[in-house]
Design a protein. Sequence first.
Length: 178
Amino acid sequence: MNLIPIIFLVVSSTLDDLGVGFSIGMQRRIPVQIILIIALFSGATMAIGIFLGDILYPLIPAGIDDLIAALVFLSFGIYFIFKKTDPDDQKKEPIDLNTYMGIILGITLSINSLVLGVSAGITGYPIIFTSLLAFFLSFIFLLVGSLFGKAVQPILNRADLISGFLLIALAFVTLLTS
């Protein structure tokens, strides 16, 4: 099992969690139970995505699976690099962090994990390891962002760029190793 593509995939799918952690952390600390809810969504949707990709794999003509996955990774990477961030997002009202808000944030942040998970499943990524890594990285990114949000505000503008380049690198790794 080659860990580098798995790490690229999981970091790129959970890097938004770091940005959200920083954004909220600029106002207040995120309760650990809310971080846990969001991280559970990231891990679960990665597992669901990989499972769906495993189901779709037999339906895809031989040799096309890696190409499809690489195109999805490349498309998301380009999207993240050129995505416009709204500078007013950091000036909004303080967020009320309750369980309901944790669920909403968890669903929102885990959409990337679901879509990227399908591509990972098509190319045969291990479901348990990848999903657990998504859970742990999501938890760590949210916790770190929450704790250090006030100190690292300038990094927020670079999270999408970093994620985009990781996904583009993952697309090339997928093509080169197929």
